[in-house]
Design a protein around this ligand. Structure first.
Ligand SMILES: Nc1ncnc2c1ncn2[C@@H]1O[C@H](COP(=O)(O)OP(=O)(O)OP(=O)(O)O)[C@@H](O)[C@H]1O
Ligand SMILES: [Mg+2]
Length: 320
């Protein structure tokens, strides 16, 4: 559906994206994930047409759109900062593109009401000036506006990052649901790994303008292709072959420079001696995270971190 072929994007002499190639399938929820400054927004802007690549080509449904004007691309865009018209009502914001396209009043009305229903805006909210809506409501308006002209592709640049944690979680669930039910091909940008894991069919992990790995969320998390991906997508214990030997774990063909990674939730411990593959250790640090405890444990001179569920009976203390 979308193909980036050897795309280079420069800001004057600065190469933000050196040589980027990837493909997004029809109907897919595809996420660009990476740290600040890695080129996510730059890549999205090139897809939407706000930026011209200096090399390479972009295709949508087999058509080369590299030089196509923004409004012919049929790409709907949602920005981090809403970018709504502040003096207009929610209704007029959503209707804006349709009015420019000279649609009839009746047609606009039907479409706006259909969109409002889809993204859960009440008629009262539609009538309000957007400046008087909450952040979450404003972002719903922005999504409805992006979808108004029935784009082939929806692109969203960190649409939830200005919202508080609770709203972020509920709105991302809604985004997932409407994307699934309408099947619109979506390219989503975030630097929040949990958001990427929860929303995406596939994730492209970016680092310095390049893709380190593309895969399903489970692959990215459990079969990280590089150390950067492994550490960016979650926490990980990094061990050398010598550490493993001290822990009594044998690995064939390991060289001294190899690194081994274990997710903290895979390291569990208990006072009782019933577990298999068990080895004695000591808790040297603990932070309480509510549902989970974040422990530092030392085993045979090696420090490991462990997330462990905190049931009342199994509370552990520093020094145990
Ligand atoms: N208008 C610009 N002029 C010059 N350099 C720019 C411009 N916009 C972005 N850059 C640079 O290009 C690189 C990629 O920026 P980009 O905005 O794509 O990153 P990002 O991954 O979206 O980051 P963030 O998560 O902070 O939004 C950065 O090094 C940035 O400083
Ligand atoms: Mg950005």
């Amino acid at each position: 559906m979308i193909t980036f072929k050897n795309i280079e994007i420069k800001y004057d002499d600065f190469v933000a994206v050196p040589n980027l190639s990837f493909a997004v399938n029809e109907g897919e929820f595809f996420t660009l994930l990476g740290p600040s400054g890695c080129g996510k927004t730059t890549t999205l802007r090139a897809l939407a047409g706000f930026l011209k690549p200096t090399q390479g080509s972009i295709e949508i449904a087999g058509v080369d759109i590299t030089a196509m004007p923004i409004d012919e691309r049929q790409v709907g865009m949602v920005f981090q900062s809403y970018a709504l018209f502040p003096t207009m009502s929610a209704y007029d914001n959503i209707a804006f593109g349709l009015k420019i396209a000279k649609k009839s009043k009746a047609e606009i009305d039907t479409r706006v009401l259909e969109l409002a229903k889809m993204i859960d805006l009440t008629p009262e909210q539609l009538a309000k000036n957007v400046a008087n809506l909450s952040g979450g409501q404003q972002q719903r308006v922005a999504i409805a506006r992006a979808l108004a002209k029935k784009p082939k592709i929806l692109v969203m640049d960190e649409p939830l990052s200005n919202l508080d944690a609770k709203l972020r979680k509920s709105l991302r669930k809604e985004i997932k649901e409407f994307q699934k039910s309408f099947g619109i091909t979506t390219v989503y940008v975030t630097h929040d790994q949990e958001e990427a894991l929860m929303l995406s069919d596939r994730i492209a992990v970016f680092n310095k303008g390049q893709i380190e790995q593309i895969g399903r969320p489970q692959q990215i998390y459990n079969e990280s292709a590089t150390e950067f991906v492994c550490k960016f997508i979650g926490e990980a214990n990094s061990l050398t072959a010598a550490d493993l030997a001290k822990l009594g774990i044998e690995v064939s063909d390991a060289s001294a420079s190899d690194a081994f990674y274990v997710r903290p939730e895979k390291v569990s411990f208990s006072r009782t001696a019933s577990a298999v593959n068990r080895i004695a250790g000591q808790i040297v640090g603990k932070e309480f995270y509510g549902m989970y405890g974040y422990y530092q444990i030392e085993i045979a001179g090696t420090k490991l971190i462990s997330f462990q569920r905190e049931s009342k009976a199994e509370q552990h203390r520093n020094g145990e």
